[in-house]
Design a protein around this ligand. Sequence first.
Ligand SMILES: [Zn+2]
Length: 502
Amino acid sequence: MAQAVSMDVPVWCPASGDRHGVHWSDGTIVDHDPGAQVIDLPAGAFAVPGLIDGHLHLILGGLGLEMLDLSTCTSRAEVERRVRDRHAGLDAGRWLIAHGWNEDRWGGEQPTASWFDGLDDRHVVAWRMDHHACVVSRSVMARLDLSSTPDGGEIVRDGSGAPTGLLREAAAWHIAKPAIPAPSVDERRAALDAAVRHLHALGVTGVGSMEYGIDLQHVLAPRRDDLPLRMAVTLLDRDWPLDVTPGVTFEGGDRLWVVGYKSFVDGTLGSRTARMHEPYADEPSTRGLWTELAADGLLRDWAEHVLANGLSPSMHAIGDAAFTAALDALERDDRRIGRIEHAQTACRSDIARCADRIISMQPLHKADDAPSAPSRLGASRMDRFFRFRDFADAGARLVFGSDWPIVTCCPLAGMRAAITGIDRTGAIVAPEQSLTASEALLAYTLDAAKALRFPEGCGTLQHGAPADLTILDRDPRTADWVHAPPRVLMTVVAGEIVHRAI
Ligand SMILES: [Zn+2]
């Protein structure tokens, strides 16, 4: 392919404004080059800076492409049938790993080990769509020590006190997860490649990814120079005291770098473990959980330690009390480096504290959680739910992402949720919190690039910027996002066309 490329399309750039025509040479946006190869595009095609998913789990997502997907199951019978079908096609001795179930889709019945009976003792682990709970088969239960419940977790029990096979939060992560055979390094490397191909097809040129140091070392670092995607890594390693060595000594480049560390302040709304200021409307005995460092009162120390090492503390905070705690932990971060992830509920008094703060949200979580939110929160607290507009008006720097594999990493689907307020049932929820297409694009381009320390110019298409771009089939600002949202025609990373649908 020619080094110099030219496209005759309208361009949206958050730094240099609207223009016509985009040209690049050697991976960098340039002014028009008369010798450039011209790429013809269909009428209506429209260029935006390469879309960035600000929060996903790339390797987990790649591995998830291999897992049984239960996200569309609307009944127990359907879950059982899909698991049975997968079991029939799986080698003896292999674990059957599934994900994506959501009891809200079938009326709330909690899955138990009995759902997987009759599968020849196949080891089955099925993660809830938020990965904050899993249900395991009896053969897996027999391998687990369920005699004591870890802090911040729950071993769900039946009326007689026997475990049902459903484990929540720390019980899922610290009891079930370690028992699952880890994929080999080769399998993880293959997952990386599968994930990148998947993202290219969705128009994604860069990501903020949550990964473990061990994968940074063995899976990602060997690809630091030829990774066909830009990747800002937030490390999930969270032993305390924190060993920041991998973040400090890892020599990244303009494709792969470490941006920070992650900590969990609470759980999720779906499993009523998000930490709220007031009790859950549909379970008044609980206000949710503090998890990990927040449960130990160490959140602020941790955040300051990460900042002192020049990195970004990134805090999972979904409940309004967790959000308050995350803001408190960043009190000394006057450099606006720390990130609050999810921010699904926030009280009015905290919104005013968010000027210049990086608020990293996942619009499709709104679409998924909206149907159950009124029962969890009660009508009087629904104004605290997914306050995109309030955050934007308060001067927060919104960064949008997916949290893939929890939901699809299609940025256009996320944008649709942020722009229309549409939920997964098709209802429009809290449209007063919706954003304009330009605001949503900003959160998927320049503001994500800045928050995640992408190379200079990323998130724009101005002269001298890296040639990362996404070509859509129509202007996102005039598209009918409910009925005919834009589609991706082409994805370009550093001047290389990595995906084309035309
Ligand atoms: Zn996540």
